[in-house]
Design a protein around this ligand. Sequence first.
Ligand code: 13P
Length: 255
Amino acid sequence: MPMAERPYIVGNWKMNGTRAMLSEARAIDRAAQRYMKVEVAIAPPFTLIHAVHREAEQIGVGAQNCFHGPEGAHTGDISASMVADSGAKFVILGHSERRIDHGESAELINRKIDSALEAGLRIILCCGESFETRDAGRAEEFVLDQLRASLPDISDAAERLSVAYEPVWAIGTGRTATTDDIAAMHAAIRGLLDEKYGPETSANIRILYGGSVKPENAREILSTPEVGGALVGGASLSAESFLGIVVGASETEDA
Ligand code: 13P
């Protein structure tokens, strides 16, 4: 089955996890071997990437951020090539927690994408509107502007790209967007990707949904048109709940 057709379920551990969590990663990896029609990955904190990479036989391992330039005098930062060297195959960029907590601009995210591509990494580019923006009826316009400002220009890069739509108000709140809203936003994002890269290349880019995805709602969300997977925060921290989402993904028609 072509890569872009497999549902892609990615756990973003955020700032959670010490070595005690390696057993969860191992359990996720072993169980993922039973669901080969689903592509499963986790992005642990930097401190665990190498250890998870060594444990992982089936799942992909990635990072949650990288610096926008090559090596040098940047105390506390981690470059894209260091991320790749630690065993990561992808990096999440543009997460709203980075945009909001660290003031990351679309232009900075674009530079990080270039660095990550240069280092051979795949990318999950996040976008999403605040509650105020949705309430004001400007969600689509806002998300498309975010993407226009960050998407890489070269269509070769599209093969290594996924986009994650994560409405800020749905992250960690237990509230999810309705499947109608998700379908409408994903269709708008697909329109932009078609326009930028052409429909053939765009078809290789999966659009994930993120924001309070759980075993109970995974199947419905993942069956929504244009939803190619999920970026999961809280529910990815235990193998049991994360695997519940993987099972939900395996039951969708695309899987
Ligand atoms: P939650 O699944 O905890 O809402 O987090 C979503 C998210 O931000 C994934 O990147």
